[in-house]
Write a protein that binds this ligand. Structure first.
Ligand code: DPP
Ligand code: ZN
Length: 855
């Protein structure tokens, strides 16, 4: 397969200022006519190359003359020699939406026709130079059967609609903003809209519509609220206003990503739009608000300023994730939001950075760009923008984004353009900071604080090291903004309030004088730098910090480290006393100054994977035993407190307020500890909660607990849940996922059975991810020494690759960590990768991930 290199970028030979598309839509056979105005770019005589695959070429002409005999058809497109400076190219092709199971290009989903073009789906619709640095003005005519497809949508403004022959109708759309083809979109189907409007800061009225199946209109209100808040927030925080008179969102059931920011026609995976209390959890509500905001924010960070090439992907994604994270933090509790974001960074990105698929936020090369929509490009990318925000301060950061938007509006830009604008507007030198863009791996930050009682002085030494990653054996020091404070070991008072230390070298020391007492170090407050921290602190001091640090995130971290150190020591076979951990959890639970949402986060143990990352050889079974054991101990010793927390968090009826969400969170964490403690009445409490729940958070919380046990309530609840929600795909996804995450030893047999359930299909990415993706992240089951877990996921990846290679490729990463396991597991994991690689007609997507994972 061809490898694309970052340094091989060359500007396009031909530009396409305008394109007119004409769709005769039909699920089996859609005809697409395209008229491209092409313009030679620069002084050269290279031919015009149009990317295209999965389509039948019916006609090809240049300047109105048939040119089918002059055009060279290659496997991946067309090549035509052109003599003049500008020409009109016309093509007509036939494509089949219904047989498009890859869900890239134009495809059918539950009776709708819709598109997904990022990154390279447009070439499956029509022949076109499919690269993000070609910006064109689009006019789109679409025609379809009026009964089956009453609604016809595309980007921009609707300029004309009407009837045509044979029960068909048409619509004409015109998008005044030049855009790359990955932002093109079209939807046709029987949809109903929930409508609202937004008045921009300059007073322009924007018509908003969320299009869904007619039965689902009542589930769009939360998404609509989020959209309006996001529009107002972007005006207030970034000065960015919406630029068209219409903004449409469509929800579809079959979707590879979470959502897509097509200009003025965002298309969403329905799981990030549809919500009501009966079917969506509080976590779903948060995710919906976050994704709606994310896609909306792309209108500026992505669409108005787009990416020059796909190596710049983090330019739009890292920045936009940072923007949506800040939005959600402003809306709710910043500390809890930060805890959640860091938890997902640690769960998804740190392992990526530590394994064979490690890549910088600007990768050096790729085989298939779809494989680089990663936690690194998105979430680490967001952390890198967040560090710039800290180094510059909010005001200069805003000056930088203003300059960036102004300077590059209407252009395809690079990450370097962004950093340069930041640097210029702020006057802050970011030369060394740029290493973050090209260096993979999570830096390890070592901290040691020495106290000299005689002089009342402390010296803090910080040092950093980044381990080698594939093709990057040597690492340079990176710029680390480290927020610290010194806290009195006796009094718990701040001796030194928060300071931002900027570590730029391998190692540096800082002196603090005239301290009233011996200090404890509060480090990497609010997770100011995306690093792992090595800091030798006693369990007692960690417990003290977990109760006294004035930064809520740092309190959470102290607690996490305390729990993690304990579990790691136990896995290593050391005799350690759980008392300190238990007391710290008790203190947190009884602290009247803390809110429920924070308490719930703080008392959850670090994941099994986090324990694994601390060990030379990962033994998932042993780690699971140790973690279960600590949960059991906490459940039993603090039984009274869990019961109290549970009761005090009960509410007479469902409300969606931050207070009620926090209460539900703590209530369900308390329930899970009662069950972990194997308390006799835990299953009946869970069942009662399940039965009388008036919302999905409580119903799902109860099911999560029951599914791990052997009580008769387990089967009752699973059956009741299924019966209640059958036909509701999003909730049935939860039913599959809950079972795939079970801690029971028979989970693999059950998951294999579920793969044969009539509701299971590999064709729907949400369903495939719910069962296979969830199972592959259930460490104890996936890594079972029988090898059954590996075998099952391998079989599924191979089968899925034929249907949807992008989704299949995303399930390979867990195999790539084989070096971290003992030889018994490592060999089986390598064998799984080899078996995948020996499959005939493997996709580029899966080939890239599997071959890199073997190295
Ligand atoms: N660009 C999309 C998003 O992240 C992914 N396809 O918003
Ligand atoms: Zn995005």
């Amino acid at each position: 397969p061809v490898v694309i290199h970052r340094h091989a970028y060359r500007p396009p030979d031909w530009l396409v200022p305008t394109i007119a598309l004409d769709f005769a839509l039909d699920p089996q056979k859609t005809r697409v006519k395209a008229r491209l105005q092409v313009k030679r770019n620069g002084d050269h005589n290279r031919p015009l190359k149009l990317d295209g695959n999965n389509q039948k070429l019916l006609a090809f002409s240049v300047d109105g003359q048939d040119a089918q005999s002059q055009v060279k058809q290659e496997k991946e497109g067309l090549v035509i020699a052109l003599g003049g400076e500008a020409h009109t190219i016309e093509t007509e092709v036939e494509i089949s939406p219904e047989s498009n199971s890859q869900l890239m290009g134009l495809y059918a989903s539950s009776g709708l026709l819709c598109t997904q073009c990022e990154a390279e789906g447009f070439r499956r619709i029509t022949y076109f130079p499919d690269r993000p640095d070609i910006l064109s003005r689009y006019t789109v005519r679409m025609e379809a059967d009026e009964k089956a497809f009453p609604v016809l949508l595309s980007n921009g403004n609707l300029t004309l609609e009407g009837k045509s022959e044979n029960g068909r109708h048409f619509a004409l759309w015109n998008d005044p903003f030049p855009k790359p083809c990955y932002l093109f979109a079209l939807v046709a189907g029987n949809l109903a809209a929930y409508r609202d409007e937004f008045i921009t800061q300059s007073g322009r009225k924007v018509a908003l519509a969320i299009w869904v199946r007619p039965d689902d209109v009542n589930k769009t209100h939360h998404a609509m609220n989020a959209l309006k808040m996001a529009m107002a927030w972007d005006e207030k925080v970034y000065g960015r206003e919406y630029d068209l008179d219409q903004f449409n969102i469509v929800a579809v059931d079959d979707f590879n990503f979470g959502a897509m920011e097509n200009k003025s026609l965002n298309i969403f995976n329905s799981r990030y739009i549809l919500a009501d209390p009966d079917t969506a959890t509080d976590a779903d509500y948060d995710a919906i608000a976050g994704v709606v905001a994310h896609e909306y924010f792309h209108n500026w960070s992505g669409n108005r300023v787009t990416c020059r090439d796909w190596f710049q992907l983090s330019l739009k994604e890292g920045f936009t994730v940072f923007r949506d994270q800040s939005f959600s933090a402003d809306l709710g509790s910043p500390a809890v939001k930060r805890i959640e974001d860091v938890r997902s960074l640690r769960a998804a990105q740190f392992p990526e950075d530590a394994g064979p698929l490690a890549h910088p936020i600007q990768p050096d090369s790729y085989i298939e760009i779809s494989n680089f929509y990663t936690a690194t490009v998105y979430n680490k990318g967001a952390e890198i923008i967040r560090m710039m925000h800290q180094l510059l301060g909010a005001e200069k950061f805003r000056k930088g984004t203003d300059l960036y938007f102004e300077r590059h509006d209407g252009e395809a830009a690079t990450c370097e353009n962004f950093v340069a604008a930041m640097e210029e507007a702020s006057g802050v030198d970011l030369t060394d900071f740029r290493h973050w863009y090209h260096q993979a791996g999570t830096p390890e930050l070592k901290a040691s604080l020495k106290w000299d009682g005689a002089t009342k002085t402390s010296t803090l030494t910080l040092s950093q090291k980044t381990a080698a990653t594939p093709s990057q054996p040597e690492k340079q020091p990176v710029v680390l903004p480290v927020a610290i404070a010194l806290i009195g070991k006796q009094t718990g008072k701040n001796l030194i309030g928060e300071q931002l230390l900027t570590l730029t070298k391998d190692s540096e020391s800082y002196r603090f004088e005239n301290l009233a007492e011996e200090p404890l170090l509060s480090i990497n407050r609010h997770f100011s730098a995306p690093v792992t921290v090595e800091n030798q602190v006693s369990p007692e001091d960690l417990a003290f910090l977990s109760a006294n640090d004035d930064d809520p995130f740092a309190r959470y971290e102290a607690m996490q480290q305390l729990m993690l150190d304990f579990m790691v020591a136990r896995v290593r076979g050391e005799q350690v006393d759980p008392k300190t951990v238990i007391n710290a959890v008790e203190k947190t639970l009884t602290n009247k100054d803390l809110d429920n949402a924070f308490i719930a986060e703080a008392v959850i143990l670090p994941s099994e994977n986090m324990v694994g990352e601390k060990l030379d050889i990962v033994d998932p079974k042993r780690i699971a035993e140790i973690r279960d054991d600590l949960r059991k101990m906490l459940g039993q010793t603090l039984e009274k407190l869990w019961r109290q927390a549970y009761q005090s968090c009960e509410r007479p009826s469902y409300q969606y307020t931050p207070e009620a969400v926090g209460a539900r969170r703590l209530k369900n964490v308390a329930l899970s500890y009662l069950a972990a403690g194997e308390l006799a009445d835990a299953p009946s409490i869970a069942w009662l909660q399940f039965e009388k729940a008036d919302n999905m958070t409580d119903r799902r919380g109860a099911l999560d607990v029951l599914v791990n046990g052997f009580s008769p309530e387990r089967e009752k609840a699973l059956t009741a849940f299924y019966e209640r929600y059958k036909g509701n795909a999003l909730v049935i996804d939860k039913w599959f996922a809950v079972q795939a995450f079970s801690t029971r030893p028979d989970v693999i047999e059950n998951v294999k059975k579920l793969a044969k359930h009539p509701d299971f299909t590999l064709k729907n990415p949400n369903r495939a991810r719910a069962l296979i993706g969830s199972f592959a992240h259930n460490a104890r089951a996936f890594h079972d020494l029988s090898g059954e877990g590996y075998r099952f996921v391998t079989d599924m990846v191979i089968a899925l690759d034929k249907i949807n290679s992008q989704t299949a490729a995303r399930m390979i990463a867990p195999f790539g960590r084989w070096q971290r396991y003992g030889s018994d597991r490592a060999e089986m994991m390598q064998d799984a990768l080899k078996r995948i690689l020996s499959t005939p007609d493997l996709s580029r997507d899966v080939f890239e991930q599997a071959s890199k994972s073997l190295l």
